[in-house]
Design a protein around this ligand. Structure first.
Ligand SMILES: [Zn+2]
Length: 418
């Protein structure tokens, strides 16, 4: 009798879950799914693999992207801080070349895209649209000419800094270092005069200005000078996980107020305060050993990084815990509540994070986000906005701003140290 009761009670629940999963899957097949931050190029530069083979990188390959219904990932042209003043533009060009080689090697599955219309065309053709975004403004080596060449090479966004403050923009800093002090990254109080011209020239080119990683002062300056809407390509909400890489409610409102978008990062510490707090506690524990290693490898940042990773491993990982995947949807709903339903999307940071949430282990799991949004009562049209339509509308607004500035001559500002 008790068993029968259990069956009677469970059947509708299971049927509903099945129905939701099926609806989510169908919706993904129809929808354009954009992810504005995928670190596959850096992984492929370290260890080349054929992206049509399962397991090509930690979180990405064509088969898993197809399973996840992914339409348009932005390949991150990630230029590590160690390249600043040491071949940063060369590193960026090598990763741009790598991206072109990946796309050229798979013409049936992949196509390089450079506009919102290209993304829609790729969807109609049944292909994945690959776009590029530079991570780390030091990649332009303080030259607007280099910036323009990066655009011509196909780059459609630039994150103004990585974890390093460059010559013209302050970063929020290297939060994962045990002696992290945000004051050390606050060099210019935001953007310098040259940095402001970089932003204005990006507007003129139609290159998206990305404020992930930059300091609060830089976000303030970007919002003041940008002539186009701006994006956070892979950041989440500080109200849920209070860490420097996430955005305050005020920033969410201001970004949305200018027609911009916030693309949610899947790193467990970005999503879950408990995970971030545990990470900070681990950093405090390793600080003495870190300071010793830092002194030993002062001139060898790559070796220091390897030694630090070894140290974290010994302690059970840099944080250890992982967030639950439904936390991603908590962040999406938070942006919707604070900044409106047009302002949010996905910037998972796959291949750049070591701790995606449990249940969202790689790009193939993306339909779960739709499933959870449907379960929480969002309409299919709203889910499609989160998946890609919000980004596409935003990208179109950046293109409109570019067209409005078409008669303006290129900026010829020379970097003078200010
Ligand atoms: Zn990043």
């Amino acid at each position: 009798m008790r068993h029968l009761l259990l069956v009677i009670l469970l059947v509708p629940v299971l049927a509903r879950a099945d129905d939701l999963a099926a609806r989510a899957k169908k919706l993904h097949a129809e929808a354009i799914v954009v992810d504005t931050h995928l670190d596959a190029p850096d992984q492929l530069a370290g260890k080349w693999a054929d992206v049509s083979t399962r397991g090509a990188t930690d979180h990405f390959d064509i088969p898993r992207a197809r399973e996840g219904g992914l339409t348009a990932p932005f390949f991150s042209i990630y230029v590590a801080a160690s390249y600043a003043d040491h071949g940063a533009a060369r590193r960026a060009l090598e990763l741009i070349d790598l991206t072109h080689r990946v796309v050229d090697g798979h013409p049936k599955d992949l196509v390089l895209a450079g506009s919102h219309a290209d993304i829609r065309a790729a969807k109609r053709a049944g292909k994945l649209a690959i776009l590029m975004g530079i991570e780390g403004g030091h990649a332009i080596e303080d030259s607007l000419g280099v910036l323009r060449e990066m655009y011509r090479a196909g780059v459609r966004y630039m994150t103004l800094t990585h974890t390093n403050t460059n010559h013209w923009a302050d970063s929020s800093g290297p939060f994962y270092e045990p002696d992290f002090d945000p004051k050390k990254s606050a060099v210019h109080d935001g953007l310098t005069a040259f940095g402001k011209d970089v932003v204005k020239e990006m507007n003129r080119l139609g290159m998206i200005v990305d404020i992930s990683h930059v300091s609060d002062a830089t976000i303030r300056d970007v919002l003041a000078v940008s002539r186009a809407p701006v994006m956070a390509s892979h950041s989440s909400c500080r109200a849920i996980s209070n860490m420097p890489r996430n955005l305050t409610d005020d920033q969410l409102k201001q970004i949305a107020g200018k027609g911009g978008v916030v693309m949610i990062n899947f790193g467990s510490g970005f999503l879950d305060q408990k995970v971030y707090d545990q990470f900070v506690a681990t950093l405090a524990k390793v600080k003495p050993e870190y300071l010793r290693l830092k002194a030993t490898y002062a001139k060898d940042p790559a070796r220091l990084r390897t030694e630090m990773l070894g140290l974290y491993k010994k302690l059970g990982g840099a944080g250890g815990a992982r967030a639950a995947w439904t936390k991603v949807v908590d962040h999406i709903e938070h942006v919707i509540a604070v900044a409106g339903e047009d302002a949010v999307g996905i910037g998972a940071d796959f291949d750049g994070i070591e701790d995606p949430p449990t249940g969202l282990d790689d790009v193939s799991f993306l339909p779960r986000i739709s499933e959870e949004l449907l379960r929480r009562g969002h309409s299919e049209a709203q889910v499609k906005k989160v998946l890609g339509e919000n980004f596409l509308a935003f990208f179109a607004r950046v293109e409109t701003a570019r067209d409005r500035l078409a008669s303006e001559p290129p900026f010829t500002t020379e970097y003078t140290g200010k």
